[in-house]
Design a protein around this ligand. Structure first.
Ligand code: ATP
Ligand code: MG
Length: 440
């Protein structure tokens, strides 16, 4: 046998639930359910779907995310196009690409836009539970709105998503928010920060020392326990906010308060990209170890201008799909089963042409039907029908077919009732097979 070729480390297959695996990654049924839930929700908030390429010019991320960020410094999959020497990068996040596309198409000309996308992102990190080299994000952006109403809308929309997925806010996921103010306020804070950290230079690790003058704000984001005390004592940006920034932040909080959404103001929440200002937020969980941030976002009013567009404000968030689904699995939340509505038992191969025509009619009527394939005894076929999780078995036995009928047998617990249905009138009874989970 030839050698096997395996997936690239940190890049995962999302497989059907019926394929056993040891790495506990979410199965594709959970994935589809999430996607459907998200689509329905975003439509109700008026967000429009869009897609951008997975590969972009490297310069897009260097300029957009900032040179001194974890992503640009050490996590990007960058390469030179062997054909023409172009410097390209597999996208590590979605915002820069969406902004590039909007600027390129002059899309904000007719007014602001609410947008969303979903797909793979790539970061060269150390793979572990909840942290992969290819992972997937739901990404939602509202471009051209000054807020604070849209900031709050995005946060409430994520809460609505939690509720639809069965997650309880405050218990399974908690909201943290902060304000990063405006550039001038950050500058004043930055100078105070540098002075503070210079005074404690002896406890700074190598990363922090390197960032002291290039990006001291990021030192606040450190996960190094030895630096916690000095980080906690650092001057807080909140104290440097001017009246307008403060009012923006308070207005977001007012909506959250009115909506009964509890949050923690976390002055150390700074986020990993340089482009943020004013509102930033994260939804965090305690259940996934140090991969506890499920969703993060904020306002980035400077980015569109920085990308060559007519300056316009913007706000958005990214949600890590693997992390979220791992959390749902870990909490054992009830999720709809990915089972067909019906399983077709076909005892005789000679009946197949007639049976398959009926199955086509059922599917056209919206019923999910799994056809037994490969022959076998009635007993063996019934076993498969049970294992499939279908609610009904459709028995196309010789007797039934000779009467122009199919027997519909309930497979549900305590079921077993059977009813004969006419093959000539599928449309009249197809709806009786519908199950709520049949569209997964
Ligand atoms: P972290 O601090 O955990 O590295 P981040 O701040 O780098 O997260 P963002 O760039 O804000 O993350 O991306 C938004 C979301 O995407 C994160 O909250 C997380 O849920 C998810 N995410 C980020 N990186 C990864 C990864 N390598 N693997 C899986 N999910 C990820
Ligand atoms: Mg990261």
């Amino acid at each position: 046998m030839a050698d096997k070729i395996n997936a690239v480390k940190g890049m995962n297959d999302i497989l059907p639930a019926s394929v056993p695996r040891i790495d506990r990654l979410p199965d594709s049924a959970l994935w589809s359910w999430f996607e459907q839930t998200v689509r329905g929700l975003l439509v109700r908030y008026g967000y429009q779907y869009m897609l951008t390429p997975v590969v972009e010019p490297t310069a897009l991320f260097v300029r957009g995310l900032g040179e001194v960020t974890d992503i640009v410094e050490k996590e990007m999959y960058s390469f030179t196009d062997a054909m023409n020497g172009d410097k390209l990068t597999l996208r590590p996040e979605a915002t820069a690409g969406i902004v590039r596309a909007m600027v390129e198409h002059n899309a904000l000309y007719n007014g602001p836009l609410r947008l969303w996308t979903m797909g793979p992102m790539f970061r060269h990190e150390r793979p572990q539970k909840g942290r992969y080299r290819q992972f997937h994000q739901l990404d939602v952006e509202a471009l051209g709105f000054h807020g604070p109403d849209v900031d709050a809308e995005l946060i409430l929309m994520v809460r609505a998503l939690w509720r639809e997925l069965g997650l309880v806010e405050g218990e399974h996921v908690r909201l943290e928010i902060n304000s990063l103010g405006q550039p001038a306020e950050r500058q004043a804070h930055r100078e105070a920060l540098i002075r503070h950290f210079e005074a404690h230079a002896d406890v700074l690790d190598a990363d922090a020392q390197r960032r002291l003058h290039s990006n001291p704000l990021r030192i606040l984001d450190t996960k190094n326990p030895a630096m916690q005390a000095v980080v906690e004592a650092a001057p807080q940006l909140m104290d440097f906010l001017g009246e307008e920034s403060r009012a923006h932040f308070d207005a977001v909080c007012d909506v959250l308060d009115a909506a009964g959404l509890a949050y923690r103001i976390n002055p150390r929440l700074v986020r990993g990209m340089d482009y943020y200002n004013l509102t930033v937020f994260e939804w965090v969980t305690d259940q996934l170890g140090s991969q506890g941030t499920v969703c993060g976002g904020g306002r980035y009013d400077g980015l569109i201008g920085q990308m060559g567009g007519k300056p316009a404000p913007a706000v958005g968030f990214g949600l890590g799909i693997e992390r979220l689904l791992l959390l749902i699995q870990e909490l054992r939340l009830p999720v709809p089963a990915a089972a067909p509505a019906a399983y077709a038992v076909v005892p005789s191969a000679a009946a197949l042409p007639q049976v398959m025509v009926v199955l086509e009619q059922l599917r056209a009527a919206g019923v999910s039907v799994l056809q037994h394939a490969g022959g076998g005894s009635m007993k063996a076929q019934f076993k498969k029908a049970d294992a499939s999780g279908a609610r009904y078995a459709l028995i196309f036995g010789e007797d039934e077919l000779s009467r122009g009928e199919v027997t519909v047998k309930s497979l549900r617990e305590g079921g077993g009732e059977q009813v004969a249905r006419p093959l000539a009138e599928v449309a009249t009874w197809a709806a009786t097979l519908q199950s709520p989970a049949s569209n997964i």
